[in-house]
Design a protein around this ligand. Sequence first.
Ligand code: PMP
Ligand code: GLN
Length: 388
Amino acid sequence: LIGSDGTARPTIFAEMSALALEHDAVNLGQGFPDDDGPAPVLEAAVEAIRAGVNQYPPGRGVAELRQAIAEHQQRFYGLSVDPAREVLVTAGATEAIAASLLALAGPGDDVVTVEPYYDAYAAVIGLSGARHITIPLSEPGFQPSPDAIDAAITNRTAVIVLNSPHNPTGSILAPEHVERIVAAAARHDAVIVSDEVYEHLVFDGARHRPTASYAGAAERTLTVSSAAKTFNVTGWKIGWVTGPAELVDAVLGVKQWLTYVNGAPFQGAVARGLQLDDGFYDGLRATLQRRRDLLATGLVDAGFTIAPTAGSYFIVADGSPLGLTDAAASARALAVDPGVVAIPLSAFGLADAAGGASVVSASALRFAFCKPDHVIAEGVRRLQSLRR
Ligand code: PMP
Ligand code: GLN
C-alpha cells in the first residue's frame, strides 16, 4: 500500500485519471459516469441539507433507507430482508467489503476471489492478514472452471468474494458456477460476500440474479451494493450490505470503528432513488447498452479484439493486433497519444498484488462506456488513428 518512497501508492484509477487530466485525454479508464443522476434524487439531498439533516445518523443507517433497501430486494428479486436487523448502510460498497472481510477473515484464513478481481479486494485481504486465493476466469466468457472452484475453496476458506456483473470483464457468472460455489461454501462453512454493485447494469434483456437467491445461499451470504452506479452518484459514497442478522452484526462491529456512520443527507435521497419506477431502471439499462454498443463497434473498427460485455460499465479489449502487447505500458502511452485513457487488466491480477504469475492477459485493456455518446465517439475517433 505504501510505495518505496514512503508515500501512499495511488490506486490505478487515481493514477490513470490524473494522467487523463494532465494530457487532456478522453478518460475511458476509471468507472464513473459524466452524467448527473436522476433529478428527484439530487433534489432530495439538497432539500435534506436545507432541512437540517446534517448530524450523525443512526449507526445502521437512516430507517427510511434501510426500509427502501429491503423493499428493493423484495421488488426486484423476491428476497425478504428485515430492515431492522438485516441491513447495514456503509460508506459505499468499498466499506461494506472492507468491513465484511475485516470482520470475517484474519491470519490463518483464506479469502477466495475470482481473478481478475476488483483491486480493493486484494488490498483489504492484505490488511486482514488472510491469504488471497483466486479462481481464474477464462475466455470465452470469462467463466471459472468447476475444478478451479473446487480446488480454491477448502477448509481454510473463511470468505468467498463474488462479483457479478463483473468488474473488470463485464461477464455475468453462469448459474451452474454460482451453484457450485455455494455448494463448496456450504461444505466448508464459508461466508460468501457477493458484490452486486452492477446489479442494474445488465444488457440484452438479461436480468440480474443475486447470489442470495440460490438454494442454500441466503444463510451464508452478505450481499453488497451501492448507490454509486445505479444513480450516478459515485461521490456520495452510500452503499449497503444485507444478509443474516449475525453476519450483519459482525460487519457493523467493524464498520462502527471505520467510519461510525455516513452521509446523513444522502441517505434519504438514495431511498428516493430505490423507489423510482421501473421506467427509470429500464432507461438506465437502455442508455448504457447503447453506449456499450457504440464503444464495442468503435474498438473493433480501431483494430482491437474485444470480449463480449453482458453487464457492468466495462469492455475488455486486446490491443495485440495493433502491436500493443504490454497493456501496462500501452495504457500510459495511449494517454499521451492519441489521448485516450484505459486501465491495463494487469491491475486486476495477482502479478500486480503479489509478484506471482497472473492469469490476466498482459495485452488486455479495460475501457469504460459510462460516458456520454460524444465522449465515447471522440475516444473512438482518436483510437482509430492507431491503425494509420
Ligand atoms: N465493487 C466493484 C466491483 C466496483 O467496481 C466498485 C467501484 N466502482 C466498488 C465495489 C466500490 O463501490 P463504491 O464506490 O460504492 O464504494
Ligand atoms: N470502481 C471504479 C472502477 O473500477 C473506480 C473506483 C475507484 O476509483 N476506486 O473504475
